[in-house]
Ligand binder design. Sequence first.
Ligand SMILES: Cc1cc2nc3c(=O)[nH]c(=O)nc-3n(C[C@H](O)[C@H](O)[C@H](O)COP(=O)(O)OP(=O)(O)OC[C@H]3O[C@@H](n4cnc5c(N)ncnc54)[C@H](O)[C@@H]3O)c2cc1C
Length: 415
Amino acid sequence: MKRYSAFAVAREALRNHTGWNRAWVKPTQPKKKYDAIIVGAGGHGLATAYYLGKNFGITNVAILEKGWLGGGNTGRNTTIIRSNYLQDPSAAIYEKSRSLYETMSQDLNYNVMFSPRGVIMLAQTQAEIRGYKRTAHANALQGVTTEWIEPARVKELVPIMNIDGPRYPVLGGLWQARGGTARHDAVAWGYARACSEMGMDVIQQCEVTGVRTSAGKVVGVDTSKGPIDCDKLGMVVAGHASVLAEKAGFRLPMESVSLQALVSEPIKPCMDVVVMANTVHGYMSQSDKGEMVIGGGTDGYNNYTQRGSFHHIEETVRALVETFPMIARLKMLRQWGGIVDVTGDRSPILSKTPVDGIFVNCGWGTGGFKAIPGSGWAMAELIAKGQSPLTEEFNMFRFREGKFIDESVAAGVAH
Ligand SMILES: Cc1cc2nc3c(=O)[nH]c(=O)nc-3n(C[C@H](O)[C@H](O)[C@H](O)COP(=O)(O)OP(=O)(O)OC[C@H]3O[C@@H](n4cnc5c(N)ncnc54)[C@H](O)[C@@H]3O)c2cc1C
């Protein structure tokens, strides 16, 4: 595997930060008709388009985005990548995704700064010990490399952690050494540039305002740049999935809710793994710039506000300060929110829909960044061939049939 020098990483970070990398995507106006339209230029939409071209040779594709590339959850998340989920269909798609992250920079010829630094999920109650040991056993059967570790090993991996916390001491953890992080904007920009190079049209500032059908089949969309025809339509709009589905005349079993995160001022390197503490609900990693990247839980009510709120800072930081006393004196630099799409079983929907030719990819909730390449791979297959082994169990009709894929660990979120 190619290793990047510190200089290359810093140069890429600067190019990403200044938007220089985004300039590679050619500005373009929509054509009259496409073989496939993907709505949503987040990671999942762009990856879907990319694999449609790469794996199936379908390049007469437009990706329509109402805002800017990666401006939704893809550019707002805390970038945790892991694949140690409990249920078989989840492990399959998340592990496919994690393995694609390993070679994404080479594949896209674009440094997405994948950093397989390892992810620990702390066990701080007896129930979590049982739950994570169960997951470790399930993962062994699924071929996903993960490991239960004792408190002493947790301390060795994260020296700044207080494992004898007053309320919730650390009792061990589920450790995935090849989990980690990646640069979120770069993932969107890398896919967008590759799509653009294949001749696809990536059209920003283009909102889909209506879906046109004829005899139960999709024929096109209405947009803020006018009507566009298509044979197939992929709806990949995360927190706005149910809004768009309604325009096409069907309902999705999902709720939209804000999820928030914050970063501290940059400090010297002090933690080189990702830590998730699901009982107290907080998770933290250190970015390449030195900021402590901190995430918490979702809002307790449905909403579409893409911004932060004061009570979340307090709740999240209060939870983490017990386990990481050193963060008590850090200053906060930024806070933000994104609209995540949450299903009842906390698993995504990758599915055909009641309208012929319309496919939907949504419901990744609080944990879909890690799934971007695997989801795009599978969704492209579903759109091109009408079925994919990776998406079969994630169809939207499972809620009607009671075939849930239950990943509702801890507080009902799964990063
Ligand atoms: C604070 C926060 C922390 C998170 N942390 C993690 C984490 O650590 N690890 C992890 O794996 N996941 C995490 N997630 C979840 C992850 O970000 C999402 O699951 C993932 O980014 C979803 O990607 P997407 O491409 O489906 O959606 P998005 O990136 O939201 O893209 C959807 C796009 O559709 C566009 N759109 C919507 N409606 C229309 C329309 N009508 N017409 C045209 N365009 C439209 C939007 O503008 C948007 O750009 C986090 C999310 C948040 C908010």
